[in-house]
Structure formats: C-alpha cells, structure tokens
Design a protein around this ligand. Structure first.
Ligand SMILES: NC(=O)C1=CN([C@@H]2O[C@H](COP(=O)(O)OP(=O)(O)OC[C@H]3O[C@@H](n4cnc5c(N)ncnc54)[C@H](OP(=O)(O)O)[C@@H]3O)[C@@H](O)[C@H]2O)C=CC1
Ligand SMILES: O=C(O)[C@@H]1CCC=N1
Length: 266
C-alpha cells in the first residue's frame, strides 16, 4: 500500500501531534488525512493548519480511510466504534487504536462476533511524535495483514521508536512513554522556575533545561549506559552536583517518580 488515507476518529491533542509529525516528516501530506471530532467548527480550524479534510462523523471517516486511528477518549470507544463494525470489516481497512488501556483483548470483547473480520493494532503513542521524536508502545499481537503491518511500521517509524510489548505490559509501558512527557514537562518547568529564581531569563532557563533533557535521552540511546553510571560521571568528588543529588534523595525524588507510575498502573 503506497499512499493510504489516514482517518482520525477524534482530532484532539494526540491525533494532532501524530498528524503534525507525519506531515512534517514527509511521510504523508495533509491531503492524505481525514478526521472527525465532536465540535465541527473547532475541527475545521484545526484541520486547516495541515490541510487535512474535516468530516462530519466517525462513519464518514471509516468510509474514507484505509487506516482508521481511534483517537477518542477510552470511555467513548464502545459507543462510537461498536456501530461501525461492518464498515470497518470491509477489505483493505484496518484499525490503529491509540487509547490508553485498550488492547486486542478489549476489542475482542467489544466487537464479539465481528472481531474475526477486523484488522486491529493497539498502541499507546506520545506527544513528542509532533516533532518526530515519539515513542509508540505497540502490542506484540495484532490482526493486521502483512501489507497493512508494513504500512503501519513505515508511517509510525518516521515519527517514533516502535517498541513492541506483550499485552500485560501495555499499561506500564504506555504509562512511562505516554504519560511521562507530562512528568518531564513538570521537571522542565521546575528547572525553569529555579533558573528564574536565581536570575536567568525564563526563556533561556527553559531552553537550556530542555536541551539538557534531550541530550541525556540521546546519550542513553547512543550507548545504553546505566543511568546511575551517567549520573556518577557528572558528580565530581566534593563537587557541586552531588550536593543536589543528596538533596533530591532527601526529597525522595526517585520514589516520587515510581509512586506516580504506581498511581496509574496500580
Ligand atoms: N494526549 C496524550 O498525550 C495521549 C493520548 N492518548 C490517547 O489518545 C486518545 C485521545 O486523547 P487526547 O487527544 O489527549 O484527547 P482530547 O480530548 O485532546 O481529544 C479527544 C478528541 O475526541 C473528539 N471526540 C469527542 N467525542 C467524539 C465523538 N463522539 N466522535 C468523534 N470524536 C469525538 C474530541 O472532539 P472535540 O475536540 O470537538 O471535543 C477531540 O477531538 C485517548 O484515548 C488517550 O488515551 C494516548 C497516549 C498519549
Ligand atoms: O492522560 C491520559 O489519559 C492520556 C493517556 C496517556 C497520556 N495521556
């Protein structure tokens, strides 16, 4: 499949991040994308940014699209998607679900008898896809045909690392990659506040903190050095960094991060 039509059911924050990333990466043009949302005026304004085609409802998206991306809130999926099973089962069409908490097994329950005729890949993406630096947590099991799986990989690998995990690990993996940007934004904001407190211009403080975070991630990806060893390499004996590390330990920084994941995953 060379030039599929991508259809977003729901065109909110995550769908727009994916569309932006795909268009900017040159993987698709706005003309290859259609979408629907709850409020048509707002959709038209958002769609105009990339030249995508706004459609009136989910049924129109399924009719127009080869790859249907389910990008509504998880609790809406049952009522919006169940009535569309027959249309989704038409040859050539396949589903990419981006909803947190939805796996192949959940869709098997939802679609019941129709499940066997549907091609579905469950994922959890993250917002850095908007700049081509995302992560797509991807369920190992799927029901796509070979050419559909190839199209899925080709498009999403243009904007993300595709990390395949088994169904029981979709929750924790999706939480780290999908919710993690918000936690990292809080860290970025805190570093910015600290910089401002000590006299830096806010824009400069955010810029240098953001580039630092990007660089640490890039260093890990380059050599997969243990994070503790990378930390040790920054802490000179009797130096400045170890004083900050000790303060963070006193405030249970790492425990707070683990607690945040526990609060979501359970
Ligand atoms: N945001 C993120 O970082 C991530 C989100 N996800 C998943 O992505 C999905 C969407 O989340 P997010 O983008 O944050 O949510 P948003 O609230 O930003 O977007 C939801 C979209 O769904 C639309 N919508 C609501 N009801 C309907 C309907 N009946 N038919 C069609 N569209 C409808 C809304 O329309 P309108 O705007 O007009 O109200 C909106 O465009 C969720 O399942 C979430 O779990 C996964 C990983 C990361
Ligand atoms: O907060 C949420 O529900 C979504 C899922 C992962 C990130 N954002």
């Amino acid at each position: 499949m060379s030039n599929p039509t991508i259809g977003f059911i729901g065109y909110g924050n995550m769908a727009q991040a994916i569309a932006q990333g795909l268009v900017d990466a040159g993987a698709l043009t706005g003309g290859d994308i259609v979408a629907c949302a709850a409020h048509f005026d707002k959709l038209e304004a958002n769609a105009a940014k990339l030249g995508i085609r706004p459609l009136r409802d989910a049924s129109a998206v399924v009719q127009a699209a080869d790859m249907v991306i389910i990008a509504i809130k998880p609790y809406q999926i049952e009522s919006v998607m169940a009535p569309l099973a027959s249309e989704l089962a038409k040859p050539g069409k396949f589903i990419v679900s981006i909803a947190a908490g939805w796996t192949l097994s959940t869709y098997r329950t939802l679609f019941a008898d129709r499940f066997a005729s549907l091609r579905i890949q469950c994922t959890v993406p993250n917002t850095p896809m908007a700049v081509g630096k995302g992560v797509l947590v991807t369920e190992a099991e799927h029901t796509l045909e070979a050419d559909q799986a190839e199209t899925f990989e080709r498009l999403f690998s243009a904007i993300s690392l595709i990390e395949r995990v088994d169904a029981p690990l979709m929750g924790v993996a999706g939480t780290i990659a999908g919710c993690g940007p918000a936690f990292t934004d809080m860290y970025l904001e805190a570093l910015g506040d600290a910089g401002v407190k000590h006299g830096l211009q806010r824009a400069a403080a955010y810029r240098l903190a953001a580039k630092m975070i990007e660089g640490v991630g890039a260093m890990y990806m380059a050599a997969e050095t243990h994070p503790g060893a990378m930390k040790d390499a920054v802490c000179s004996p009797g130096g400045t960094t170890i004083k900050g590390v000790a303060s963070l330990e006193k405030h249970a920084f790492r425990g707070a991060v683990i607690d945040a994941i526990d609060a979501i995953v359970g």
